[in-house]
Design a protein around this ligand. Structure first.
Ligand code: NAD
Length: 428
């Protein structure tokens, strides 16, 4: 395929990455957002989100004239061949996906779309959304295509340009094939299917990952109770090619802007067709229990009560490599610590400013001053290089709780501190 005229609506993690990457593949891209200040910053080449390579791609797109940023979707779409919807689909009432942003965009552009222009959902949308969009559009000359996105925050550009697969689905096959061809240069396998199947792929994949994490967190808990070591257990499991090594590391619970809302949304979708997806509901319950267990573990290291305890927190982002705090398990744990009366001082290399229930500092060592316990909640590499002897000098207590099994226990022990990981023998 040559260069296509594309409009991307929503310039967050998914939309901006999609727009900048499609421009880098040679397409002519106009990105739209309702946030005027953001549009102005992007048009000046300023990228707010922390994504390696994204700012450079945006700069190149602007310099080559293949990437534009505008405020009005109505005028942007009049000459488009494809319009990607990359707007939020947060958790709504009762756990179902809230499609109001998608509907608002459709309402705005439906009268301006040229005949034959494909409307493509890249936002994560429940099964049936393509049909619903068709009904809202009320036009037989505009095909609707589901093209879910699988990029991960922190590696968004490289994931977009080197995907494991491209999934496109439409009840109009020619439109699905046209969208798949936009990505031909990426040389990834593509699954071209009907709209409902494409929509379900995204949820089925994300929910599977969430279940895998809940499973490994539960196995880590078993390890603690049975005297086994999760590192050896997951190493032994991971060699099995049917299981694989990824998503086998225990942690403080899964979070971020996708897994919590997508798991709840799929439970709701299942319920709407009379199916009790108890397997998935149990994974959600296990994730809540994991946070409770982490808080209890921290309380245990400071004598049982968190009231008045000083806790230094390392890491607030939902995972390393991003400054995204949406549904971060680190924030949930920190909020629970504060609710139990702990005094929390937190550091994250990508997060500044103010947050309720804690004092944020810009130096990791400041979290240790007078602390009874230090808790690692995000797996930032830089925490592995901390000077634990210096930290021990600064601390009041001697507990290090490593909810990511990130640190070298010997380095912590060598400084005269105790180290407590997940599913691992306590190191003293
Ligand atoms: P985001 O919150 O980072 O960005 C959404 C953007 O859309 C914002 O800039 C917002 O101003 C804009 N917006 C909202 N309403 C709009 C409207 N009516 N018109 C134009 N712009 C509008 O969201 P995100 O993380 O990029 O997620 C977008 C979608 O992609 C969601 O459905 C999400 O589930 C899905 N997704 C996200 C990821 C991820 O890792 N973040 C990965 C895959 C899929």
């Amino acid at each position: 395929m040559g260069s296509a005229r594309i409009v991307v609506i929503g310039t967050g993690y998914v939309g901006l990455t999609t727009g900048a990457c499609l421009a880098s593949l040679g397409h002519q891209v106009t990105c739209v957002d309702v946030d005027g200040a953001k549009v102005a910053r992007l048009a000046a080449g300023q990228v707010d989100i922390l994504e390696p390579g994204l700012e450079e791609l945006v700069a190149r797109g602007l310099a080559t004239g293949r990437l534009h940023f505008v405020l009005s979707s109505r005028s942007a779409v009049v000459e488009a061949e494809g319009v990607f919807l990359c707007v939020p689909t947060p958790m709504g009432a009762g756990g179902a996906a809230d499609l109001r942003a998608v509907e608002a965009v459709i309402d705005e552009i439906s009268g301006s779309l040229p005949a034959g222009c494909a409307v493509i959902t890249k936002s994560t949308v429940p099964v049936g959304t393509a049909q619903r969009i068709r009904a809202l559009l009320g036009r037989g000359d505009v095909p609707v295509v589901a093209n879910p996105e699988f990029l991960r925050e922190g590696t968004a550009v490289s994931d977009f340009l080197n995907p494991d697969r491209i999934v496109v689905g439409s009840d109009e096959e020619h439109a699905a094939r046209w969208v798949a061809e936009l990505y031909t240069d990426l040389a990834a396998p593509s699954v071209v299917t009907d709209a409902a199947s494409a929509e379900l792929v995204k949820y089925a994949a994300n929910c599977f990952l969430a279940m895998k994490l809940s499973y490994v967190n539960a196995v880590a808990e078993l390890c603690e109770r049975l005297g086994a070591d999760i590192e050896s257990v997951t190493e032994g499991m991971g060699y099995d090619r049917r299981i694989g090594r990824s998503f086998l590391k225990p942690g403080p619970g899964w979070g971020g802007s996708c897994l919590p809302k997508d798991t709840h949304a799929l439970v709701q979708v299942a319920e709407s067709v009379g199916f009790d997806f108890s397997l998935l509901s149990a994974a959600i319950g296990e994730n809540i229990a994991q946070r409770d267990r982490i808080v209890a573990k921290i309380a245990g290291t400071v004598g049982g009560s968190l009231t008045g305890a000083r806790v230094g927190v390392l890491g607030l982002a939902f995972k390393a490599g991003t400054n995204d705090l949406r549904d971060s398990p680190a924030l949930s744990v920190t909020a629970m610590l504060a609710a139990h009366g702990a005094e929390v001082t937190a550091y994250d290399p990508a997060v500044g400013g103010e947050l309720p229930g804690m004092r944020i500092v810009d130096d990791p060592y400041q979290t240790a001053k007078g602390a009874d316990a230090i808790v690692v909640l995000t797996e930032w590499d830089e925490f592995c290089r901390l000077d634990w002897t210096y930290i021990a000098d600064l601390m009041h207590g001697d507990s290090v709780v490593d909810t990511r099994n990130l640190l070298d226990p010997q380095a912590v022990l060598g400084a005269g501190l105790t180290w407590l990981g997940l599913g691992r023998p306590r190191a003293r």
